[in-house]
Design a protein around this ligand. Structure first.
Ligand SMILES: *[C@@H]1O[C@H](CO)[C@@H](O)[C@H](O)[C@H]1NC(C)=O
Ligand SMILES: *[C@@H]1O[C@H](CO)[C@@H](O)[C@H](O)[C@H]1NC(C)=O
Ligand SMILES: *[C@@H]1O[C@H](CO)[C@@H](O)[C@H](O)[C@H]1NC(C)=O
Length: 131
């Protein structure tokens, strides 16, 4: 009988991360090449009729409040959101072996996700949700 579900959420994007033998120059060149013709408003699938599969995992860290009288359940949780970006494809051999790369949230397409509950305002977890 939970009428209100409050979620204090920490959002993080599991993005390609950081350990490889490439030099600073290789990494800069790679990032420049990948982003030079990138438009983050375009869904990252070659065939724009296809969907982008987005996997969302919710990790509940703790229950903050459970109030049966007022029907409130509050949890602290983290989201892990992953998808495949078909623009982010390169040959590591051309970039000093760089097989992984990290960039900031604002540089790339991100899925628009909203967090809502029956009684609260709608909160965006997408590109507008994070500075
Ligand atoms: C940086 O990398 C580019 C592309 O791999 C290469 O053409 C250029 O010579 C490199 N510059 C330096 C200073 O290593
Ligand atoms: C794009 O996907 C649609 C739907 O799956 C398909 O009908 C169409 O042939 C595809 N276009 C190309 C160029 O592959
Ligand atoms: C998304 O997932 C569906 C079902 O698994 C699959 O058929 C489709 O090819 C996937 N699309 C992309 C762009 O990966």
């Amino acid at each position: 009988m939970m009428r209100k579900l409050g979620i204090a959420a920490f959002l993080y994007v599991t993005f390609l991360c950081c350990v490889n033998g490439a030099s600073l120059n290789d990494t800069k060149t790679l990032l420049r090449d990948l982003l030079s013709n990138y438009n983050k408003n375009v869904r990252p699938v070659h065939n724009q009729s296809e969907i982008v599969n987005v996997t969302v995992k919710l990790y509940v860290k703790s229950i903050q409040e459970f109030n049966q009288v007022s029907d409130v359940l509050s949890v602290v949780a983290a989201f892990s959101i992953s998808w495949k970006d078909q623009s982010m494809i390169w040959n590591p051999a051309n970039y000093g072996g760089a097989s992984q790369m990290m960039t900031s949230y604002g540089d790339v397409w991100v899925p628009e996700l909203i967090l809502t509950s029956p009684s609260d305002d709608v909160e965006s977890l997408g590109r507008h949700g994070i500075a």
